[in-house]
Design a protein around this ligand. Structure first.
Ligand code: AMP
Ligand code: ZN
Length: 497
């Protein structure tokens, strides 16, 4: 069921365009992954979860998606430009660790969080340090094409020269001359020909700990180069979707376009997709601003801004309620509403999974009801087809849930629908909740509290000398692998050994 109606907003053209992959049914999708020098915050999680839902939906409608999301483990310097220390090397020095220990620690944390949020792992997760050779080769090729130059063991991309033939700034809507006056004020241009030039390769100073041999001496790759290299290696010179947060549009993605064009003359990406920012009190959540809320802080409620704990699925539900291109402010009110919504959807999932069609000769198929179900199902897809508008699709899904609930509580008879429509309603609901939106039932772990309620019933039965009930309860506990122990002054439970 490949969908002809899907339209995606392309940041490059600033328009919604019909989604037509280069090689259907295959779709190549590259998303810039985390720089692993710190724990991911909820803002990062928003971006990765939005792309997870996009990945899930494309798969749901029949595309075979190769989803590549990298790990940045070298070359991302402190100020996001070409100056300052490498973020990972700095952390390694601070904590007296090997840089690769820092990388492993935060990559592990990232994977745990992605799993907690039920994000599907990408098809390929390449690391920048595993692709140094390819990065050197691409820098050499860009030099051969006359668009990069070497100075003192560093290689820079010649933005001004590139701009004579191409348009540097077309993705972010920036004009080179305006950019130049901005950069000059900030910083001297140092060894670059022009201040807007960016590093493909940087010479390592003696104290720099992450370094590799290159034709230009020991050094390390520039941040932007890894994504051009890895997307090209795994998805080809031109691929369908490139994603990331809005803050990556410039300079990161702008530089990626320039590199690819400088390398092979072709723009690398058909559709650029950018997620909007998660904010706290209106300010962008960021690691450097120090206002990042960590997933663990959210899940435990252990943060001054949070009134209670919110589960991973509650957060995921809150993300679904906002379109990926809109900003989203995190607040207790929004999270509490999301918690309620999530519970409603999961209760519905439990009902839908058990619901059976009951044929009933005394009930005629109601063509209006059938029509309505079909209309609701169409509007779920319509929402997703409108640039993955999960907010619209989710509210349509809640309308479908109303129908399921009214059959469940007897207000409506299943037989008012023909069996095919009934099955389609159930299948669509389950597929959207689980496969597309990625919501799953969170298993309760507060067994002590649940057991204390049950032991209260057991105690009551004993006090009332209702031995039939006592025996039944004991047998049922046993079936669950639980034994009840009648102590002199209390009742305890334990797992059966
Ligand atoms: P980083 O590890 O900082 O490179 O960020 C990883 C991803 O998270 C990038 O795609 C960023 O654009 C994205 N990101 C960073 N901050 C936010 C935020 N506040 N809201 C949404 N996405 C963000
Ligand atoms: Zn990137």
């Amino acid at each position: 069921m490949m969908n002809q109606d899907l339209k995606v907003f392309n940041t490059l053209t600033r328009e919604k365009e019909p989604f037509e992959p280069l090689h259907p049914p295959f779709v190549g999708m590259y998303v810039c992954g985390p720089t692993v020098y710190n724990f991911v915050h909820l803002g990062n999680c928003r971006t990765f979860t939005c792309f997870d839902i996009i990945y899930r939906y494309l798969t749901h409608i029949g595309y075979k998606v190769r989803y590549v999301r990298n790990i940045t483990d070298v070359g991302h310097l402190e100020n996001d430009a070409d100056e300052g220390e490498d973020k990972i090397a700095k952390k390694a020095k601070l904590e007296n660790l090997e840089p690769m220990e820092v990388v492993q620690r935060y990559a592990n944390n990232f994977h745990v969080v992605m799993e907690q949020l039920n994000n599907i792992p990408p098809s390929i997760e390449p690391q920048a340090t595993g692709h140094i050779v390819e990065q050197i080769e691409m820098a050499q090729a860009i030099m051969r094409n006359g668009l990069a130059y070497e100075v003192n063991g560093s290689v820079y991309f010649d933005v001004r020269k590139y701009n004579l033939q191409h348009q540097y700034g077309k993705l972010s809507g920036r004009i080179l001359d305006e950019l130049v006056s901005g950069t000059r004020e900030l910083d001297g241009q140092g060894e670059k020909r022009n201040p807007e030039d960016f590093a493909l390769w940087k010479k390592a100073s003696p104290e720099h700990i992450m370094r590799w041999n290159s034709p230009w001496g020991e050094g390390f790759p520039g941040w932007h180069l890894e994504c051009s290299v890895m997307s090209q290696k795994y998805l080809g010179q031109k691929f369908d979707i490139h994603g990331g947060g809005m803050d990556l549009k410039f300079p990161h993605h702008e530089c990626e376009i320039a590199q690819s064009v400088g390398y092979c003359g072709e723009e690398p990406v058909k559709y650029w997709l950018h997620t909007n920012m998660l904010t706290v009190n209106g300010a962008r959540m960021s690691k450097s601003a120090g206002n990042g809320i960590l997933p663990q802080e959210l899940f435990t409620g252990n943060h001054p801004l949070l009134e209670q704990a919110y589960s991973p699925m509650t957060f995921r539900y809150a993300l679904l309620q906002t379109h990926y291109r809109s900003t989203m402010d995190i607040s207790n009110d929004a999270l509490k509403a999301a918690q309620k919504g999530y519970m409603k959807v999961i209760n519905g999932l439990r009902i839908a999974k058990k619901m059976q069609y009951a044929a009933d000769d005394s009930v005629a198929v109601d063509s209006k009801a059938v029509e309505e179900i079909n209309r609701i199902i169409a509007s779920i897809y319509k929402g997703m087809n409108d640039d993955f508008n999960t907010a619209v699709a989710l509210s349509a899904l809640l309308n479908l849930l109303k129908k399921i609930n009214s059959i469940h509580n007897g207000q409506m008879k299943a037989a008012m629908l023909d069996e095919a429509t009934f099955q389609k309603m159930i299948a669509t609901y389950i597929a959207f909740v689980e496969d597309v939106f990625g919501l799953r039932e969170e298993v309760r772990t507060d067994i002590d509290r649940i057991m204390s309620v049950l032991l209260g019933v057991y105690r009551e039965a004993k006090l009332n000398k209702d031995f039939g009930m006592v025996d039944t309860l004991r047998a049922q506990f046993k079936e669950l692998g639980i034994v009840v122990k009648d102590m002199k002054d209390r009742i305890e439970w334990a797992y059966e050994e």
